[in-house]
Design a protein around this ligand. Sequence first.
Ligand SMILES: C[S@@+](CC[C@H](N)C(=O)[O-])C[C@H]1O[C@@H](n2cnc3c(N)ncnc32)[C@H](O)[C@@H]1O
Length: 189
Amino acid sequence: MIEIFDSKTQDILKSLEKTQKEFWNISRVTAEFLYNLIVTSKSKNVLEIGTSNGYSGIWLGKALKKTGGNLTTIEFYDKRLDIAKENFKQCGVSDIIDTKQGDAATIIEYLPEDFKIDFAFVDACKKEYIDFFRLIAPRMKVGGYLACDNVISHAAKVQDFLEAINSNPDWENVVLPLPAGLSLAKKIR
Ligand SMILES: C[S@@+](CC[C@H](N)C(=O)[O-])C[C@H]1O[C@@H](n2cnc3c(N)ncnc32)[C@H](O)[C@@H]1O
């Protein structure tokens, strides 16, 4: 367990873990992995699709506090996003998180042209992973990472996405045996 967070953040994370199933949050081990990857890769411009109540966003935000970066996170449901905003505030990361409410594909399509990403975390509607990949790819910097959760737990729904990324010479992808299966791809050119 990462002990570097303040005790309030640790308490909030522990309490959110009790409602993990209700809000479909990632596992703690996946969260710790993403945290470490953002810190070690010194990622700064991070995009998350699927905020829910902000559990994963807190981890991403804490990592970005270390790298000096910022997070844009997108959620369809306003009520979940309201809870997430309060959790971000309580954990001291709201100043570096831009929350956007609505359909992720539409929001990404209309982001400014110079909105570039060096780390993206996708954890939303599995059938749309292929669309998210097509929208994220042109905005991703070379050397950046695309992490997608649930590629083992929802294998059939993400098959087209995995086929597309595995056959794309611009990307190197591996599937990590984290609890729901995490696809981790690096843009190599
Ligand atoms: C698995 S949960 C995200 C959990 C969160 N990443 C965490 O670990 O704390 C998926 C969320 O994505 C949202 N979602 C699904 N499809 C979406 C879309 N196309 N655009 C925006 N949000 C979407 C759902 O409303 C849901 O709250």
